[in-house]
Design a protein around this ligand. Structure first.
Ligand code: SAH
Length: 362
């Protein structure tokens, strides 16, 4: 080997050891392939526990990190609903998967201006992100899941890019019926295998005859979170605002993606080192909400929703107060609302308690 090549080799860091990959490998070698949902749950728990993935330096950017206007308009939406519900003094602000706490900070500032200052409850499993949230929201209380939220008083719940991080199952049609995708090991790599099943009875009627190879996704984790949330809002009053990328099922399609460094990565290459995410089936949230007796407001495109709430006027007001920020504010509005950016792929849905008023902008 020539000296130059040796020098280059010496400078290259050795591949990082991945303790989670080692543990999953041992598990698969001893017990056989594991369900995709288990792989995704363990990978994301490790991923979010070990870093702050948001922002330019991280792996991806979310709407509240693009502009304060996003959280402010969410806050005004909540304050307006609360106000028309008779300003109940016992209402709580709840956020699922609050990231850095930016959305909550912006929303609560806008709500304070409308004289609505509810106690803050954050459902967050990552210790690292809880620390950033505590820096912005020192009076918040943290919860591991929805079950420990207060049992009295209306809940005003926000979930931006929360449901897409929850684990999914994938069921694929083969010649022999519908089988679950499991994760096994082959030649030193994680590989998807069509092995558990058959699960033909899980497939919604309109999809039963989908072509061989089609994938149907389900998420027990999304369903159980939605069930817990809808039950509480139905019993205690309030509403949930869900913002995410998604579709109206039932539908076939493989929406599982790995995101790292603002681009797509290999889903199976490095578990726990990239964000695993799937599109949210809004029809599941709607069905669970209706079954709990809530009113469901259609998923509307994020761009339309923000325009209806007055992001144009908000951009102008902020520009007037700080003319030097004009370009930044105009660009942020475009990024959040334009159809070619986040405006139409992201959808907004509301689930509202029957004795609460109609929400704005649906
Ligand atoms: N809502 C934020 C962050 C989105 S990233 C924003 O818009 O910027 C997903 C968030 O969900 C992170 O805070 C992550 O730690 C949290 N999260 C992921 N899985 C979770 C789970 N099972 N329970 C609670 N929080 C979870």
């Amino acid at each position: 080997m020539c000296e130059a090549v040796r020098a280059i080799k010496r400078q290259m860091p050795p591949p990082e050891p991945n303790a989670l990959a080692d543990r999953l490998t041992r598990l698969i070698e001893t017990a056989g392939p594991i369900p995709l949902a288990q792989f995704m749950a363990e990978a994301n728990a490790h991923y979010y526990a070990t870093r702050d993935p948001l922002g330019a330096e991280g792996d991806f950017i979310t709407a509240p990190e693009i502009s304060q206007m996003f959280g402010e308009l969410v806050g005004l939406w909540l304050a307006d609903l609360w106000s028309r519900a008779g300003k109940p003094s016992t209402a709580h602000y709840v956020e699922l998967g609050p990231g850095r706490g930016t959305l909550a900070e912006d929303a609560l500032r806008a709500m304070r201006a409308a004289r609505f200052e509810p106690p803050i409850h954050l459902v967050e499993t990552s210790g690292t992100l809880r620390k950033s949230q505590a820096g912005r929201l020192p009076t918040a209380r943290w919860h591991d899941d929805i079950d420990s939220l207060p049992e009295t008083g209306p809940l005003l719940v926000v979930a931006n890019e929360f449901f897409d991080a929850l684990p999914i199952r994938q069921i694929q049609r083969t010649e022999k019926g519908w089988f679950e995708l499991m994760i096994g090991r082959k030649e030193g790599s994680f590989v998807p295998l069509v092995s558990g099943g058959p699960f033909d009875e899980l497939i919604p009627e309109p999809l039963a005859d989908a072509p061989i190879g089609s994938i149907v996704e389900t998420s027990p984790a999304v369903e159980s979170a939605a069930l817990a949330l809808a039950g509480r809002i139905s019993a205690q009053g309030g509403a949930a605002l869900v913002i995410d990328y998604g579709y109206q099922g039932p539908a076939v399609g493989d929406t599982l993606q790995a995101i790292a460094d603002h681009g797509f990565a290999d889903v199976f290459a490095d578990p726990g080192e990239c964000d695993l995410t799937a599109h949210v089936d809004f029809s599941v949230l709607a069905r669970i909400g209706r079954a709990a007796g809530l009113r469901v407001y259609r998923p509307v495109a994020q761009g339309e929703w923000l325009e209806a709430l007055g992001i144009g006027a908000r951009t102008m007001a902020l520009t007037k107060a700080a003319p030097e920020r004009r370009d930044e504010l105009v660009a942020a509005r475009k990024r959040l609302t334009d159809r070619s950016e986040m405006g139409s792929i992201f959808k907004v849905m509301a689930l509202v308690s029957t004795d609460w008023p109609d929400p704005a902008a649906f």
